[in-house]
Design a protein around this ligand. Structure first.
Ligand SMILES: Cc1ncc(COP(=O)(O)O)c(C=O)c1O
Length: 385
């Protein structure tokens, strides 16, 4: 086979991500491994949604969809956002994306120029930093408080001179749900510093606190400067379908659509028909899964509380627990040692330097897996001393 005269070297954008990325490739799981590492529901997609996709294919929804998204889905999303925000939503303010991942990519790559400062909480979902680095931006990690909420004084300092703030609420990996006060404070500071915002609310249907969830959609300060990022993956157990959306000012959506259409093209037509059915007809399924997550959460919290090496802030949302551990060993090594005990979890350091000393456990796994996983975790940590 003829070879290149000069060895292949990936583009700088790729190398920047390779150099900086904290994302850990999960090693393949052996059969007897219990995994509490995955960030995806173990439920199958509700049958009504599967049926809608099959029907759409049979009805001939097999052609390209419009670039901003299927008209009927966009209308349903606009109505839904309008009901949640109390404001009318115009055509051109919604973009259907290939999952939350492509929505975040389109959002970040359409906003960030090389050298732009982008503030992200630390720890947080690791994709944000990778995308900022791909765009050539400069990530400014903002360490969270020990209770994993934001330090508002620190937030104010970090936002000085920042182009963009990216965050998720509820939080991955922290399981924190930011209060109305925190969200309103962010809104005020973003306005004061003229900062753009990307609000990733992928887990907004999974909130276990007594206080109602505050979305950026309900806080006027965010309007005009914010891209709201959402996905069908978590609420509807649709991770493999790859469908999500962005909502925001028409000019920001147009810029994101330019990236999305260049990189991804339009989203699968039949999938969009099914997503519309999910949105309009499947709230009961969301509630059913929520009730099961709530039970699993209680099981995991009780199990973690009984492990002396761990201390846990109450997980308020998403499907993660993020306990701190008391052993003087890097998280990545603890995770490797735990794998030898047949239990897979994620190192907190994968989500930012401030995540060091923590483990991320997912309770989007079966009750049996959680119960057995907790046993192995307890045994594994006791053996590490
Ligand atoms: C906070 C957060 N946002 C977005 C996503 C992306 O989800 P998807 O691309 O499946 O829609 C994830 C997935 O784990 C996530 O945890």
């Amino acid at each position: 086979m003829p070879t290149l005269t000069t060895p292949f070297r990936a583009a700088e954008a790729v190398l920047r991500v390779e150099r900086t990325s904290l994302r850990v490739q999960q090693p393949a799981s052996s059969q007897d491994m219990v995994s509490l590492a995955m960030g995806e529901p173990d439920f199958d997609t509700p049958p009504r949604i599967v049926q809608a996709a099959a029907e759409a294919l049979q009805q001939g929804f097999t052609h390209y969809a419009p670039l901003l998204g299927d008209k009927a889905l966009c209308q349903a999303l606009a109505d839904d956002i309008s009901a949640r925000s109390g404001n009318p939503v115009a055509t051109g303010e919604v973009l259907v994306t290939h999952g939350g991942t492509a929505g975040l990519a389109a959002a970040i790559l359409s906003m960030v120029n090389p050298g732009d400062r982008v503030v992200i909480p630390d720890p947080t979902y690791s994709l944000y930093a990778d995308l900022v680095n791909m765009a050539g931006g400069i990530c400014i990690p903002m360490p969270c408080k020990p209770d994993l909420h934001w330090d508002l004084a620190r937030l104010e300092t970090c936002l000085e001179g920042a182009k963009l703030f990216v965050f998720c609420n509820p939080g991955n990996p922290t399981g924190i749900v930011h209060s109305r006060e925190e969200i309103e404070a962010l809104g005020k500071l973003a306005r004061q510093h003229d900062t753009l915002v990307i609000a990733d609310e992928a887990y907004s249907d999974l909130v276990f606190t007594d206080r109602p969830f505050t979305s950026v959609l309900q806080v006027p300060e965010f309007a005009g400067r914010t891209l709201y990022c959402q996905t069908f993956s978590k609420s509807y157990a649709m991770t493999g379908w790859r469908v999500g959306y962005l909502f925001g000012p028409a000019e920001m959506i147009a810029a994101a659509a330019r990236v999305h259409n260049t990189v991804n093209g339009s989203v699968n037509t039949a999938v969009q028909r099914a997503a519309r059915v999910a949105l309009l007809e499947c709230r009961d399924d969301v509630r059913r899964m929520f009730a099961i997550y709530r039970e699993r959460r209680a099981l995991m919290m009780a199990g973690l509380a009984a492990i002396p090496e761990l201390s846990l802030n109450e997980p308020e949302g998403a499907f993660y627990c993020f306990p701190a551990y008391s052993l003087p060993i890097p998280a990545i090594d603890i995770v490797a040692l735990l794998r030898e005990q047949g239990i897979a979890v994620r190192p907190g350091s994968e989500f930012g330097a401030a995540g060091e000393g923590h483990l991320r456990l997912s309770y989007a796994a079966s009750t049996e897996a959680i119960a057995e996983g907790l046993k192995r975790l307890r045994r594994g940590l006791a053996g590490i001393r």
